[in-house]
Unconditional design. Structure first.
Length: 107
């Protein structure tokens, strides 16, 4: 797989499927270009390493935010599931112990 950064091609081997690897590489290139555009107005000669570190930090931040949001969603779903399971258990217990709910003989 080849990507272009700072006008220079870089070739990498990938163990991922090509479409997935391309999506990852495109995300990196997009973030590098975004950082480069933001920093070009503040620095006359932006260092490539600075741009790459900034892009890496932004991507890491996005990753950690997504991880945090995912965990919050998992926690919320777990909490709601436990509530529904508790309600269902109470309903089942009430049906099992209610004296008027006798099953016909032979069932």
């Amino acid at each position: 797989m080849t990507i272009e950064l700072f006008g220079q091609p870089y070739t990498f081997k990938t163990q991922s499927e090509i479409p997935w690897a391309k999506e990852v590489a495109d995300y990196l290139v997009k973030e590098v270009n975004r950082v480069e555009g933001v920093q070009s107005g503040t620095m006359s000669n932006t260092n490539k390493i600075t741009v790459m570190i900034s892009a890496a930090l932004n991507i890491a931040k996005d990753c950690l935010e997504t991880k945090r949001d995912h965990q919050a969603l998992v926690d919320e779903l777990s909490k709601r599931s436990k509530g529904w399971i508790s309600r269902l258990d109470r309903c089942t217990t009430q049906v099992d112990t209610h004296p008027d709910d006798k099953l016909p003989a032979g069932l």
